[in-house]
Design a protein around this ligand. Sequence first.
Ligand code: IMP
Length: 445
Amino acid sequence: MPNVVVLGTQWGDEGKGKVVDLLSPAFDVVARYQGGHNAGHTVFVRGRKIVLHLIPSGVLHPRKLCVIGNGVVFSPRAFWEEAEALRELGIAVKPSNVVISANAHLILPYHLLLDRASEERLGEKKIGTTCRGIGPAYEDKAGRRGIRVADLLDPDGLREKIEDNLREKNPELERCGLPPLDSRAVFEEFARYGERLRPHIADASRLLHDRMRRGQSVLFESAQGVLLDLDHGTYPFVTSSNPTAGGAATGLGIAPRWISAVLGVTKVYTTRVGSGPFPTEIKDARAAILLERGKEYGATTGRPRRCGWFDAVAVSYACRLNGIDRLAFTKPDVLDGLDEIPVCVGYAYKGTSVRDFPVETRVLERVAPRYKIFPGWKSPLAGVTDYARFPQRFKDYLRALEDLVEARACIVSTGVERRQTALRDAKLRRVADPQKIRSGLRSRG
Ligand code: IMP
């Protein structure tokens, strides 16, 4: 199996968790390269809902190695909470199945407080972050004052770094009306994490390199969608890292030549949480239909997602940026009952037609989407696993999306469970047959 990047082509929440879970059996390693516990990857296994925020979804499969790369901002507190929740489901998180890069930056308690304070200060102009401390942790990384996972293993150095940082952060917290943090308490908490995490910490770049040299295959997992990319997304309404495919190389310390393919995950409509431009956002009652039928509530924060029609301009942009030629389409069953389904095929801006996704947010905020209307298929898609059995109108809709974005559908997800999936090519059916997946989940009762 080649090494494949799996990423979201919209503003996140495309259903990457399910796709990664489905493909994991075909890989030896699943490696997360950016983001932190702001992500929410929802996986349903035998009726049980599992939401993973920080640990790659590959952990649900026995004998798979999961890697948390240097590009991730790592909250030890969130890690142990998630590990504990997994343990209760019968999935052990051990040094043999979860490795954390020594170079990943830590999320410290002041990052969370400053994230929240910054959002409050911005008021109407807030980004709508998940308030998990992600942005402030990446700011410290870029500012060269961050504290890394490796620092947990050197108590004297860790104490000094926490003291140095708090000398700067405490006055900032006080300016925000928050009490200062006690450096001793923070140090003691993080020193304890260091002891527990020690066997999980490694040179992840070296480990991945050695495994790939030995012929093992890696699935590179992004945490957010392409349109939330710090450089290529709808700045400033973005996350603070690079979900785009290039992020896999820098976020794991692997040479780009190891990446053999990029698979995009795309909803057949669009959602977004948080603020920022969203040209195809639905402003009428149909938004509520998508929200409720699609259960479009944030997996991390529970916020209702803004809902809109499929935006071919945005997804083509994502395909171009990442070299995507294969797509996994998700949630078509949500559109089942609709009479008509609009698809955005271009934008109009100041009387001219725009075919490329505008790089200026101010322009994107002002474009008017141009729609092509497709007839609804009016028959239930939920659980259909055979591509040939899709209604013709749905096949036509899918074909139009493929043509518009110049990428081919290889997976169509028709429900939350692994088995509710239509795999279009024979090779995929051989390597990712949902019926044959063994999970580490303890069976119920
Ligand atoms: P942050 O990553 O918490 O700083 O949030 C920045 C922006 O990214 C906000 O609009 C968030 O709603 C969005 N965001 C972050 N993680 C996710 C995710 O997993 N799904 C969807 N949106 C996300």
